[in-house]
Design a protein around this ligand. Structure first.
Ligand code: PGA
Length: 238
């Protein structure tokens, strides 16, 4: 399956970051990465201009969230259709940083459904907190999240497994733990769905993580802000 290397910029960046796709392309030209997809998800205000810069460099763009309604009185929100209109192709839904501020599995599912309807590929995030893993309940936790947050027709979705205790902490799951969870998810969703790993992916561990069975790419936070490290991670997927 074609690997997806996805950078989630979170609330970082400014208009000057429009030069990042070009910088990435100089480090790893598009012709050298024909076998992988590279995605950057900037904050909403930068999607439109970044998409233009990214397209010229063979990179696709996405949003970090969307509303589940097409339009309406939802102050501060952005619909999947609006994201699509800006030229983006993906949207992350259910990231743990959004679930932490009250987003339920049901809301995540509605967002994923809205994304599919708008012609976007949703990246549906799941992952357990530390206490759940310490209790040995991580598979049941992730399975319940998937059951509730994936649309019924989930063939057009990407899944990102991101153990919460590994996000932004420098702590990664061991390749055995990743293989175990990804095999479990694969068993639930079947062969055609890309399953990304996320949580402190960096150049030093990208080779091992991306070489793990059933890992079809990575969702990268901190290390995706620097094009040098993003390119090194992408190289590990070639
Ligand atoms: P991190 O973030 O790579 O900084 O751990 C991953 C994510 O939040 O998707």
């Amino acid at each position: 399956m074609r690997p997806l290397i996805a950078a989630n910029w979170k609330m970082h960046g400014d208009m000057n970051w429009n030069d990042k796709p070009d910088a990435f392309n100089r480090l790893l030209p598009a012709e050298q990465r024909r076998s992988i997809d590279v995605l950057i998800c900037p904050p909403f205000p930068y999607i439109l201009s970044l998409t233009q810069a990214a397209k010229a460099n063979g990179i696709v763009t996405g949003a970090q969230d969307c509303h589940f309604e097409e339009q309406g009185a939802y102050t501060g929100s952005v619909s999947a259709q609006m994201v699509k209109n800006c030229g983006a192709e993906f949207v992350i839904v259910g990231h743990s940083e959004r679930r932490a501020v009250g987003e339920s599995d049901k809301i995540v599912r509605l967002k994923a459904e809205a994304a599919l309807k708008a012609g976007l590929t949703p990246i549906v995030c799941v992952g357990e907190p530390l206490f759940v893993r310490e209790d040995g309940n991580e598979k049941a936790h992730v399975e319940a999240q998937l059951k509730e947050s994936l649309p019924q027709a989930f063939g057009g979705c990407v899944i990102a497994y991101e153990p919460i205790w590994a996000i932004g902490t420098g702590r990664t799951a061991s390749s055995g733990d990743i293989a175990d969870m990804h095999a479990h998810i694969r068993g639930l969703v079947g062969a055609g769905v890309r399953i990304l790993y996320g949580g402190s992916v960096k150049p030093e561990n990208a080779g091992e993580i991306l070489g793990t069975v059933n890992v079809n790419g990575a969702l990268i936070g901190g290390a995706g802000l620097e094009m040098e490290s993003l390119a090194q991670i992408a190289r590990a997927a070639l």
